[in-house]
Write a protein that binds this ligand. Structure first.
Ligand code: NAP
Length: 314
């Protein structure tokens, strides 16, 4: 028989947003549990370097994620290494079901499930994942020492990862579908200055080819002329944004056309006592500092929400 535990607050997701929420929730004396199915830290653990978290000039993504976790653990945040199967909103309590069959209940729930890398969805992408196709330069860059790689994308992630890969590899082609990058100006300047990086403008990837168990080339197409060509490469690193991990968002929650959860300024959804923070939430910019700020906002707002419920005897 599944057991039931009652909390003030359940946080689902252990990236910078969820861990920051945990810190603020415990400081507000809320009975809190954070549930994370993988290693705590979230997407930032995959970043080679983080240079724009204010007051921390330069840290590896892994170190920064560890600092979030250690800070939360200093407050004795309970972290459950489990996968959530469902979040069911209720009038008195919300119910969180775990894959282990355990059932948790809480007055308030904060969803901090982040996002996952978007795929190109081209031939050869899935088949060659782990054989030269990668979504993480820090994890896989080592295997391409002194080799040639293609990075696809034009945002901050593609720019940062191309710069990281240029330190390890012989040559980096940055394939971007337009003639201007979305990446911040400081990163654009670094890309231009790096002799190992060549940007292929107005170019899209149409297929990834392999010989045996290794990627050997990409089929590219010029978006203006329609001209096609094959580019020899040992690896394909794809950084074209990400999709929100909204699978646990309950039915009836307001989301935008891209699947991001719409919240108010307290990070509360249209469902009472259910909050969404970090990369899952519709917002102007996606930055680690903003995820941490969302965690603070939602924890303070959920503490207020729980106090009001208690005062009303609910
Ligand atoms: P992003 O900003 O959404 O950029 C995605 C890039 O991929 C865009 O250049 C886009 O092209 C391209 N793209 C999208 N779909 C494509 C497709 N099907 N085929 C080819 N190209 C495609 O994503 P991101 O770089 O992962 O960044 C996500 C968020 O995190 C952003 O807000 C970013 O600022 C933030 N971030 C910040 C930092 C930092 O500050 N250190 C680091 C990483 C990420 P178009 O430009 O033509 O749309």
């Amino acid at each position: 028989m599944a057991n039931r535990k009652l909390y003030d607050l359940i946080i689902i997701g252990g990236g910078p947003a969820g861990l920051s929420a945990g810190i603020y929730a415990l400081r507000a004396s809320m009975r809190t549990v954070l549930i994370e199915k993988g290693a705590p830290g979230g997407q930032v653990t995959l970043s080679a370097e983080v240079e724009n978290y204010p007051a921390i000039k330069n840290k590896s993504g892994f170190e920064l994620a560890q600092s979030f976790l250690e800070h939360a653990q200093d407050y004795n945040l309970e972290v459950l290494p489990q996968e959530v199967s469902a979040l069911e909103p209720g009038l008195d309590f919300h119910t969180v079901r775990l894959n282990s069959d355990e059932v948790l209940k809480a007055h308030a729930v904060i969803l901090a499930t982040g996002g996952s890398p978007r795929k190109l969805s081209i031939p050869g992408e899935d088949d060659n994942y782990g054989k030269g196709v990668s979504y993480c330069a820090v994890c896989d860059g080592f295997f391409f020492r002194n080799k040639t790689v293609v990075v696809v994308g034009g945002g901050d992630t593609a720019a940062e990862e191309a710069l990281y890969l240029a330190k390890i590899t012989k040559k980096v082609y940055l394939v971007h579908r337009r003639n201007t990058l979305r990446a911040s100006m400081i990163l654009q300047k670094r890309l231009e200055a790096d002799p190992k990086i060549e940007i292929l403008w107005n170019t899209v990837a149409k297929a990834i080819r392999a010989e045996g168990d290794e990627v050997c080339a990409m089929d590219l197409e010029d978006t203006y002329s329609g001209g096609k060509r094959e580019l020899k490469t040992d690896g394909a690193f794809i950084f074209i944004g990400f999709e929100p991990n909204n699978q646990l968002v309950p039915a009836g929650t307001r989301m935008n056309a891209d699947g991001y959860v719409v919240t108010d300024e307290k990070c509360e959804t249209n469902l009472d006592g259910i909050f969404a923070i970090g990369d899952l939430r519709e917002k102007y910019a996606r930055q680690i500092v903003l995820s941490a700020a969302d965690g603070c906002t939602a924890a303070l707002a959920s503490a207020h929400y729980v106090e009001i419920k208690r005062a009303a005897g609910l």
